[in-house]
Every structure is written in structure tokens, then in C-alpha cells.
Design a protein around this ligand. Sequence first.
Ligand SMILES: [Zn+2]
Length: 315
Amino acid sequence: MGLSDGGCTKLDELGPDTYAYLHSDSGWGHSNAGVVRAGDAVLLIDTQYTLPMTRQLITAIDDAGLPPVTTVVNTHANGDHAWGNQLFPSADIVASVATAQSMPHDFPPALMQRLLSSDAATTAAGRYTQLHFGAFDFDGVLVTTPTTTFTGTMCLDIGGREVVLREVGPAHSDGDVIIHVPDADVCFAGDILFAADHPVMWCGPLENWIAACDSILETGATHIVPGHGPVVGPDGVRYFRAYLQHVADGLALRFSQGMPYWEAAMDLPLGPYRHLALRERLVATAAATYHHLGAPKVPPAEVLERMAQAHFNAA
Ligand SMILES: [Zn+2]
């Protein structure tokens, strides 16, 4: 399982008893996590994509000398942030109501296994899934929904430390939440921030995502942990916000010209964002954006097939 660990083995301390668990590899499925500790209370922000990856995370927490996790927050419903939930049976699992509602429907593990079967390789979607997800071991994953849900803002008391959860979705997904740890000047952004590769937007609209970047900046945090990629400062958030605005403007123009969403995604000039990998993710972002602009909603299977075709045609 070469890809499955993403080069991630330890916690990095960003502030007092505040840690990031960072994957050195970017790409699909390598999601960062966070840990906040006070006394016997340990908050984990996001689990991992598979059970072996989540066990590796638990080992890293243990190796750092921390007690077992008492609370889990899922930043959103995507499997790479939540499919390890079942390994924390005694923890309170917290997420937004929208995340809890979409979690059972978010690309179920059984569908992933089916796309990874040899029959599926006759379609671009099947070949793309095998290319990017074939090294992950989804065996045994049981989608495990939150035990506590909220809307708007929720303050957690972690052993006397204040941790603020703020719902900023729908943006990347239905129910995105950012987590601010004021006493450490750290914000865990989940997939509201991608610091490597193109981001993918499943839900949107992009205006909400741009506003969510402003919410990160409003925390005043100096260390921002993205869902994918390295830790950045506020300038990294501003750079990403400008990317989103560039994409929103370029897609709106092409929508008004009648260009199909999958063509618009690959036609958009990337300028300073040319170096980012996984350009085909713009196909999904374009499909969601076109829907917000008035086009019919595109079924997820079609989005995946168009995205995969864009990848193989550009290769
Ligand atoms: Zn993610």
C-alpha cells in the first residue's frame, strides 16, 4: 500500500499542545488532521481515508505521548476526512448537521470498491479511479455518523481550552466547518483550503467558498492547516481566495458564451496557477458552478466520467 500512508508518520507541534498531522504527498485522499490536547482531553480534527491510515494516525498520537482521543470533529463528510470514525467508538464525534446528513450518501465505500474492480476499467471513470484510488484499502470501512451536530457556531471546551467550530458551507461540500484554536493562533481549515493541487468543489457556490476564506482570515490565526498540502499563513489563504475568484470569473464568462462545463474547465487560462496539479478537478468545480448559474444539476457519475476524460485527453 505505497500510497496509503502518504508519507505521514508523526505530529508536528504548531503551538502549545496543538498539532498538525500532515501528509507529505498531495493528491486524492491524503488528508491532513489536527490534534488539540489539554490534560486528559484530546480533540482530533478529521480522521483518515482508510482504517490502516487511521490506525497509523492513532499510533502517531500515542507516540507523541498524548492520551486517547476523547472528541473527534469532522470538517466535512468526504471519506478521506471521516472514514476512520469507527476507530473512535468512545469519542464524541462532532460535525455540522449538513455534514451528518450527507455523510451516508457521500460516495459510499462499496461504490469505491466497485469502481476499483477490473470491470470498471472500461470507462474513463474506472481507469481514473484505479489510477488515483487503487492503492487505498477500503476494507472494513463502515460509515460512522456524528454523535453531536450543530449549525452556525459551536464552542467546545477541551479540558478548559476553548475551540471554536464555525460552519462556513456549503462550499467545498455541503457542511464545511473550520476550527479555530484561539490560544494557539491556529485554524484548521479542512477542505476550505487546498495548499497543493487544484481544489475540487462538490457543492458551492464559489462565492460561499470565497466568503469562507474571509472567515479563516477573520480568525487572525497565524498558522492555517489546510485539508491537503502544507501549513500556510494568512498570505496562503489570500492566494487561494484569489484563485477561487479567478475561477469564478472565468467560468461565469464561459457559461455566458454557451461553452459546456467540461470544456470551460479545460479552456480557462490558469496564469499564475498553471503549476497546480489535478487540473481535471476544475471539471467538477465547473459542473457545480454552472448549476448555480442556472444549468441543470449534473449527476455525480457523469461529473466523474467527464473529469476522467479531461485527465486522459490532456495527458
Ligand atoms: Zn479532502
